[in-house]
Design a protein around this ligand. Sequence first.
Ligand code: ADP
Ligand code: MG
Length: 739
Amino acid sequence: MELRDPLRKLVGGATAKVLADSLGLHTVGDLLRHYPRRYATRGELTDLSSLRLDEHVTVLAEIRRARTRPIRSSPHRRNREILEVVVTDGRGELDLAFFAKTQYHRRQLLPGRRGLFAGKVGAYRGRRQLAHPDYELLPEESVTGDEEAVAQAALAFMDKIIPVYPATARLQSWQIRKCVAMGLDMVSEVRDPVPADIRQRHGLIALPDAFERIHRPKTTQDYVQARKRFAWEEAFVLQVELARRRARTRRLAAVPRDDRPDGLRAAFDARLPFTLTGGQVAVAAEITTELAEHYPMHRLLQGEVGSGKTVVALRAMLTVVDSGGQAALLAPTEVLAQQHYRSITELLGPLGKGGQLGAADNATRVALLTGSQRVAAKRGELLDILTGDAGIVIGTHALLEEHVQFFDLGLVVVDEQHRFGVEQRAQLTDKADKPPHLLVMTATPIPRTVAMTVFGDLDVSTLVELPAGRAQIATHIVPVLEKPAYLDRTWQRLREEVASGHQAYVVCPRIGDGADAEEGDADDAPADLLDGTERRPPLAVLDIATMLTDGPLADLRVEVLHGRLPADAKDNLMRGFASGEVDVLVATTVIEVGVDVPNATTMVIMDADRFGVAQLHQLRGRVGRGTAPGLCLLVTEAAPQTPARERLDAIAATTDGFELSRLDLEQRREGDVLGAAQAGRRSSLRILTVLRDEEVIRVAREEATTLVDDDPDLGRHPDLATAISDLVDADQAGFIEKT
Ligand code: ADP
Ligand code: MG
């Protein structure tokens, strides 16, 4: 039998259907890759106090006592009985109740025997109970011989390792184990996707051996080695696919965009009011080199909010304009597109006033294209984009529309990439005659190995340092339940900031205009917020704004900003806030990304515990962008020592985005990180965890790159090629497509 054979061949149609329906396993290979979730040893009973109500559990326990007692039923029916069994882990107890075949079960479930018991944890008369559980008793050890031999055998027996599988109500762990055992015994052809020389270099066991040891370990060492091998394989196969994508990109023909020492880029550098940071210079040099290549650049530029990514991107755009091409900047929201337009035209000054009075000689034009523009304005912009008069084009999704045509699109810059899907990116790059260069910017710092996995076909640059002279942000928690007076103090503090000429944000999780599905009540909200417990609705912008203008901020200029305002109203508000006509902006997370008002120094976040770590970090990056220090106050009702409060403590304790993104990733399920958590879909990563296995990923990536350089079509590695096509099939909607 082979790994690709259907399970029906191994276990018969009925069981195969259950395996397919409840666990998504279709082939023998799928089954062998359904790894144990954990291992139990016979001598080590499950801690019964750890069982949680309503969970489906598999416990290893010892039977303490069993008794049957009659239950009264109607006089016309035969009296029935119930079998009550008590099992123990040596300390606590768990009740089992059987209502049918009680005599039969009673004969099986003898005191002193050990077994695996599976079922849903319920409660009856204040005790935990499994009602008619499934069970499998462990075989009794009967050893004869001298005392020494008996003791030895008893020890060996106690040490025996029992794999516990991810199970379902329809299929218990031990039933899965039996199917797996059949698979292990029947499979004769196992092709290993990891080449032998690589296995040898990294001390990895071969695939058949690894299957045996992960499913039927004799010692702990067995499954440790097996897991190491499988983690390695997962990393390796994925990295080979990503290396192939990078190689494929390199075979595409792009228009090289050589840097000119006498063009707009040089003129721009000369008029910059500051010097670039070391990081900016280094990344800029990388980009300059890559733009001049004959294949398209595919680069991810990550850096803290305010680390100066936009300036770096603008230089790249000017290089492309200097070589006769155009550059497009795609922004996720109208507010951001507008803001980019304002700051870029300002940074360019006369260099961006092409066709206007007072323009520089070789000036270009900056076009803006958004959904809310009037038809006439749009038509003018479209024409400039088509003729190439606009060298730089900034826009929202409106840029992706079919009628938007470029004269010569040479560079696509995508801001805040996580808001765009692959298809959208492709819609824009497809507008170029030849594949354009691509620069993706993200302010959500991702640990390097995650970037290597999630954005694996992009090269990664990171801006670590912030421009000098940037003020610090102090973050404090305002625990309103413990210290109600702190909230008054918060508004007082905000008034002081305004009195000294600064501005402030007040952020709420919800709009509160009656429409549901609130923005910002985020899809990346931490898991402990989604446990279904009853809580009051999150605080709303409209309510808080009213409360503030009626009370503590009555004499200040307070305005409201949220995603459901018309686009021009939003833009006017942002413009008003930027020019200092508004003191306090009460807003949802629309202000999250990229908004840049250096005079805003204070941010109060209401119901801060309702936001995710990454989001809070992004939000507070809106203040302290000027020279005055920033202040961020996290208002929360979360009690100390709860996960929600610990998350806030972590944010208050550090401004290191990488550290926080790590925390964020740890708190979410890894599948979510990879975008693979959708209903029951199995991720190709089962054992590998992107955070813990950094070193594995790094080494596997090196091996993968070498192998692909050497054998790009994998002609000499057919088993690896098969594994990769399986991966790509399985992952069609998954994360490796996300880049
Ligand atoms: P990001 O896009 O990474 O959030 P920006 O490029 O918008 O950051 O830069 C944030 C602010 O810092 C802008 O006002 C920008 O002009 C300014 N800035 C960028 N680079 C420097 C630098 N090297 N020195 C001083 N200020 C800088
Ligand atoms: Mg930015």
